[in-house]
Ligand binder design. Sequence first.
Ligand SMILES: C[S@@+](CC[C@H](N)C(=O)[O-])C[C@H]1O[C@@H](n2cnc3c(N)ncnc32)[C@H](O)[C@@H]1O
Length: 363
Amino acid sequence: MTRWENYLAAAEKIIAEYDGSLPLHHFLKGFFKQHPYMGSRDRRHISQLVYSYYRLGYLYKDEKSVQERILLGSYLCKAEEADNFTIETPADIPFNKIFPWQEALSADINPEVFSQSFLKQPYLFIRTRKDKQEAIKKLLTRAEVIFEEWGPHTLALPNSTKIDTIVTDKSWYEIQDASSQQVGHLFHPNPGEAWWDSCAASGGKSILLLDKEPKVKLMVSDVRSTIISNLHMRFKEAGIRDYTSMVMDLTKEITLERRFDNIILDAPCSGSGTWGRTPESLSFFKKEQIREFQQLQQSIAGNVVKLLKPGGSLIYITCSVFRQENEEVVAHLENTTGLKKQEGGVITGYEKGADSMFAVRMS
Ligand SMILES: C[S@@+](CC[C@H](N)C(=O)[O-])C[C@H]1O[C@@H](n2cnc3c(N)ncnc32)[C@H](O)[C@@H]1O
């Protein structure tokens, strides 16, 4: 067998064994550990073939063999990366078949463009802090990294960039998707206000908020104590000390006396707006899960709004493209809490190599 035939065979074996229970990059790590004779070049080529296969989503799923789809995926991803300038793509490929649940998409998402966007890996984004954008640009240039400047605090980098080895002071930047950064436009903080980041995870939105207004009184919470430990570490690296934290399950009744001027609810969701980074999710997601996420979101949102001061704002965020998790949850809150949507909506990152999100401010 030639080297390429070996790669193809390894990719087929991985696809046959992979059941979606682990993220694909973890599974690949384990697979290569069991096959130590594969060098770094082999691992890179095989991984690329496997990812290209999953980037095809449902396209020709029942019509072509796994091997044919690996080869087609690989070809189409290369054409997409080259922006179709140098590689010709057959005209009759039904790209809209890649993403199968088009009728479930939020209204402002273009189904065809969204579907085809799976063929291209999104960028790695950093949000620069402390006026360090120019200094970071110099370091990137010195390291020969090709980057794009998307705004005064936003740089788009190739996905494989080892940013922590290039910019060693971690307080200069945060890794944060460009669409996630845009959510900050809905934060209108004033000094002294009480803010609650209710599903904070490791605190990406909180750091964005504090960079806008360091003098808010911030409380963070999440149901996972391990992720709150990560948040403490990340806040320390970012130079943030003044905040309170709690571990809370927000599906249960919340017994807290405090009330907040603003609540950020970056809700647990399907993550479908970020599947360009984890294209294997397309093949393993079940449509019924959308409804389960919606119920979870409505339950959490219904509980947290009870802690909002009169006239306060709820900023509801998902990284989902599904209407049921986005507009329908907002409509449910409008019907049940008296809050009304003030601004925001879908953030369509898929058109340009970023995640897609939904974010609205209600008060
Ligand atoms: C989309 S993530 C938040 C991301 C974060 N805001 C950021 O910017 O990095 C959703 C978070 O909700 C948390 N979560 C899920 N179910 C929850 C529950 N019942 N109560 C509280 N938090 C929950 C998850 O642990 C997860 O960290």
